[in-house]
Design a protein around this ligand. Structure first.
Ligand SMILES: C[S@@+](CC[C@H](N)C(=O)[O-])C[C@H]1O[C@@H](n2cnc3c(N)ncnc32)[C@H](O)[C@@H]1O
Length: 181
């Protein structure tokens, strides 16, 4: 494991341990905006991955929306453990992946890639390129990616870490051709 990855993992584990999954500033009891965007996606959708999902309630909601395969990927084993605990037996229906998205090798493809506030922590060009490569290999050909970041006038840091801020246009430009619809 790369040393900076280890530092990041500790950082995120500490955040969840110190504040609890519902005490972190980004916690949402119901991730309404994400759910509305997911519901509005066209075409058949059966599988979804929540990248940097942390201890979000999105996976539980996705199961209730009827997704047949739901995955949560996060760098923090603490976040994943808390999410599993909250979900109880429903957690058995979720694919849990403790990994850095920039080095993860997907074992299958997903119809929907959801990321609320993980991509913007990639302030290094090389890490962003690795994320985008993984996104392309994990998404089915007609799949959809929902990636939420801080806006250009948003906060410069989150959880004590610097973030890369985007407008819709700079996000599309960064993600590359075919990413803008
Ligand atoms: C601000 S939190 C958002 C969590 C969740 N998406 C939500 O909306 O509640 C960012 C999450 O991204 C995870 N994360 C940060 N860098 C990551 C990386 N390189 N790979 C995977 N997860 C990462 C953190 O562990 C943390 O859970």
């Amino acid at each position: 494991m790369h040393p900076s990855n280890l530092v990041d993992r500790r950082h995120w584990d500490d955040a969840y341990v110190k504040k609890g999954e519902a005490g972190v500033s980004w916690f949402e009891e119901t991730p309404t905006v994400s759910l509305d965007l997911i519901k509005a996606l066209p075409g058949p959708k059966d599988s979804l991955i929540d990248v940097g999902g942390g201890a979000s309630r999105l996976a539980a909601h996705a199961l209730r929306l009827g997704f047949g395969h739901v995955a949560v990927l996060d760098l923090s084993a603490e976040a994943i453990a808390r999410s599993q605990m909250t979900m109880g037996t429903e957690a058995d229906r979720v694919e849990w992946i403790v990994s850095d998205v920039t080095s993860w090798k997907p074992g299958r493809r997903y119809d929907v890639w959801h990321d609320r506030a993980a991509f913007h922590f990639l302030t290094d060009k090389v890490d962003r390129a690795a994320y985008i490569e993984t996104l392309h290999s994990a998404l089915v050909d007609a799949g959809h990616a929902i990636i939420a970041t801080f806006a250009l006038d948003g906060r410069e840091c989150c959880s004590g870490l610097p973030v890369q801020r985007y407008s819709p246009e700079t996000l599309v430009e960064t993600l590359g051709p075919g990413s803008g619809s």
